[in-house]
Design a protein around this ligand. Structure first.
Ligand SMILES: Cc1cc2nc3c(=O)[nH]c(=O)nc-3n(C[C@H](O)[C@H](O)[C@H](O)COP(=O)(O)OP(=O)(O)OC[C@H]3O[C@@H](n4cnc5c(N)ncnc54)[C@H](O)[C@@H]3O)c2cc1C
Length: 266
């Protein structure tokens, strides 16, 4: 039976997030948390594979306790197992320590034929997690996947399409394989009422730094992170532009020259 791992992250709706101009940190208060949109596509890809070939979906996230909400979304459309890695000790984790925790936690529940992630997140947006997880799982890495076309369990292979700048690439990957997916063909579905109701009370396995087997505390949270963010700031606002309409091209050009001359630029 195919074992599929889906990695999902809860993110603040960045359209509503502001940066504190004094501290430079994100103001998350009152901002709704949502499933990272591309992780919805990763989940959709996993559910379609399960519908076509059978299998079992495990969903995993690292985040605060309320990130359980994104796992419930996964359960509502067909994940049979959900793992929440949540502990104060994971705080200030960069992608290196996040992928370490996810890898260690997921492996407690067996091995995976397919690992599916979003291409990147709305907030961190490093796009690094996929390749780091592929390394941790010893999996073939396929990035920017637009469609998983065929899974051949007997041969242990997957045929997939990747979106490139100038076209589409079709490739065959050996399992275990990790795919980071694009939205193109994977519009997340809306759960039906039965699924939604079941997910509301379905069990979620919570793991902490103490309960993840064999976790090295030097590799988690801030001590395990190779990245330091010294400063975050919003981009400087550019001066507003000006639209000229003097009635003709000649008059517009004359006006532009006049403005540039006034500014001492010509
Ligand atoms: C110094 C530093 C400190 C940080 N401190 C914190 C902090 O205290 N709290 C905090 O929330 N973030 C913190 N972050 C951000 C955190 O490291 C990243 O959000 C996380 O490692 C994932 O990186 P990303 O968002 O760029 O993911 P990407 O690499 O863009 O994500 C690609 C895919 O990986 C999967 N994925 C990503 N993150 C997770 C996750 N957490 N669980 C499951 N799957 C995932 C998803 O499928 C996603 O689509 C910190 C970052 C740095 C550099």
């Amino acid at each position: 039976m195919l074992k599929i791992l889906v990695c999902v992250k809860q993110v603040p709706d960045v359209n509503l997030v502001k940066i504190d101009p004094v501290t430079g940190s994100l103001i998350r208060d009152g901002v709704p948390a949502i499933m990272n949109p591309l992780d919805g596509s990763a989940l959709e890809a996993a559910v379609r594979i399960k519908e076509t070939y059978g299998g079992e979906i495990t969903a995993i996230t690292m985040g605060p306790d309320n990130a359980a909400a994104v796992l419930r979304e996964c359960i509502s459309v067909g994940a049979s197992q959900a793992i929440l890695c949540s502990d104060y000790a994971f705080k200030d984790a960069d992608t290196l320590s996040t992928s370490y925790v996810i890898g260690k936690a997921a492996k407690m529940f067996g091995e995976y034929d397919l690992i599916i992630c979003g291409k990147e997140t709305l907030d961190g947006a490093t796009g690094q997690m996929g390749s780091q997880l592929a390394e941790r799982f010893g999996a073939t890495m396929v990035s920017s996947t637009s469609l998983i076309m065929e899974v051949n369990e007997e041969m242990g292979t997957v045929i997939a399409e990747r979106e490139l700048e100038g076209g589409v690439e079709v490739l065959e990957a050996q399992m275990p394989a990790l795919f980071t997916v694009e939205k193109t063909n994977y519009q997340p579905r809306i759960p039906n009422f039965k699924g939604w109701k079941f997910a509301r009370t379905a069990p979620i396995t919570k793991l902490t730094a103490d309960t993840i087997e064999g976790l090295d505390r030097n590799k988690i949270g801030a001590p395990g992170s190779g990245t330091i963010v010294p400063r975050t700031y919003p981009p400087e606002k550019a001066e507003g532009g000006m639209i000229l309409d003097e009635g003709s091209v000649e008059k517009n050009v004359a006006k532009v020259m006049e403005i540039l001359a006034d500014k001492g630029l010509v």
